[in-house]
Design a protein around this ligand. Structure first.
Ligand SMILES: NC(=O)c1ccc[n+]([C@@H]2O[C@H](COP(=O)([O-])OP(=O)(O)OC[C@H]3O[C@@H](n4cnc5c(N)ncnc54)[C@H](OP(=O)(O)O)[C@@H]3O)[C@@H](O)[C@H]2O)c1
Length: 164
């Protein structure tokens, strides 16, 4: 039985997740949630996400970076040349598998026919950007939890959704 995949994403109503290689917002509560969720776990992420998260290895995270550049491997950092190879590597390690983007990694993960849990922070705004989360609303999710929150700039909802 393969491990449950945990997808971590913060997404605007118009599905934007990034702009110019960075997050298009600063939402401290969401960042703290993301860090707590992934601490001590395996994080599968694309090369740009890896390069823009210098402290990824803090709190015991073990990154598996999807990239053609195997030279990025070293220490606790592993590389894989495809999502399938990254998941095979992650399956053999202890701990949960958290999929942390970007766009193509999310697309390929959502297309997989296996159990997954989506930890979605839905930011209630249309935000300009160049990187998107795939449409997820038509898929057969079961809602496990939701919690609404806000800061001075945004209203957002933390959803936990699962499909088997
Ligand atoms: N809001 C959120 O929750 C969230 C989450 C994640 C990312 N983001 C945002 O999204 C942007 C980064 O994401 P991105 O989509 O541009 O880049 P990315 O996925 O982090 O990195 C793209 C690179 O990863 C490798 N790669 C990705 N998918 C692959 C696949 N399926 N097979 C083989 N290689 C693959 C390739 O690396 P090589 O070129 O090295 O071969 C590709 O050039 C940033 O703006 C970031 O802030 C936001």
């Amino acid at each position: 039985m393969p491990k449950l995949l945990h997808l971590q994403v913060a997404c605007a109503e118009n599905r934007v997740i990034g702009r110019d290689g960075r997050l298009p917002w600063s939402i401290p509560e969401d960042m703290a949630f993301f860090h707590a969720q992934t601490a001590g776990q395996i994080v599968v992420l694309g090369r740009v996400c890896f390069e823009t998260w210098p402290r990824v290895q803090q709190d015991g995270r073990r990154p598996v970076v999807v990239t053609r550049n195997a030279a990025l491997a070293g220490g606790a950092v592993r590389t894989a040349s495809s999502l399938a190879a990254a998941l095979a590597l992650a399956e053999a390690l202890p701990g949960e598998i958290h999929i942390c983007g970007g766009q193509r990694i999310y697309q390929e993960t959502l297309a997989l026919d296996r159990p997954m849990r989506l930890h979605l922070t839905l930011v209630h705004a249309d935000v300009p950007g160049d990187t998107f989360f795939p449409e997820w609303r038509h898929l057969a999710w079961r809602e496990l939890d939701r919690r609404e929150s806000a800061d001075a700039n945004y209203r957002y909802t933390f959803f936990t959704l699962e499909r088997s």
